[in-house]
Ligand binder design. Structure first.
Ligand code: SAM
Length: 199
């Protein structure tokens, strides 16, 4: 079984007060593509333990708001512009409440990842399901021209998912951030310029 090492990013997160090394993936993408701005409304799916929430909160400032959703509880205290919800994004009743009660959003982020089994086909199928759920919600709550950043494991569903994003957004880029472990199959797709619902 692969046991992740407590690497440079882990130590750096500890030193800089972030709740997870995952923050450096978002920081890299945000710095390169300027995703987050003061006053933005942001939805962060798969937000526990909360390092992306910490980064987004500081970037959007007091006039912005970020809503974080995770099946697990975010236990760390968060700044006033953060709302945390505990819920399962594969539970359609919860997703309906989320879509009906929150938004619209300028940015939808999803760092959701399944509990991995080591079976790469099963794990990538579960990751694709979470990415599809995130996209379903993004299509309902994103403002026109909005931004969608989603994690998805490389696997048989990856290509079709990318093609779907290329239709829905003006641009869809595949990104493997430096802080993403080389041996991990995780990849991010960044969709910018949401075209809006066509129905
Ligand atoms: C890699 S972690 C996210 C780390 C987070 N971005 C941070 O910076 O702290 C992936 C998260 O996805 C969540 N997750 C997995 N399946 C989910 C589901 N069905 N609904 C909501 N969250 C889910 C997990 O509970 C886990 O906290």
């Amino acid at each position: 079984m692969f046991v992740p090492q407590k690497d440079h990013y882990f130590q750096r997160a500890k030193r800089e007060g972030y709740l997870s090394r995952a923050v450096y993936k978002l920081i890299e993408i945000d710095r390169k593509y300027a995703l987050l701005k003061k006053g933005m409304q942001v939805l962060d799916l798969g937000s526990a333990p909360g390092s992306w929430l910490q980064w987004v909160s500081s970037r959007i400032g007091k006039s912005g708001r970020v809503v974080g959703v995770d099946i697990q509880k975010v236990t760390h205290p968060m700044p006033g512009n953060v709302t945390v919800l505990q819920g399962d994004m594969t539970d359609q009743a919860f997703v309906k409440i989320l879509v009906d009660s929150y938004g619209p959003f300028d940015v939808v982020l999803s760092d959701m990842a399944p509990f991995t089994t080591g079976n790469k086909h099963a794990d990538s199928a579960r990751s694709a399901l979470l990415a599809e759920q995130a996209l379903y919600v993004a299509q309902k709550v994103l403002k026109p021209n909005g931004t969608f950043l989603v994690k998805i494991f490389q696997g048989s569903d990856f290509h079709d998912f990318l093609l779907t994003l290329r239709k829905l957004f003006k641009k869809a880029r595949v990104i493997k951030p430096a802080a993403s472990r080389r041996e991990s199959r995780e990849t991010y797709i960044l969709g910018t310029g949401y075209k809006g619902l066509t129905e």
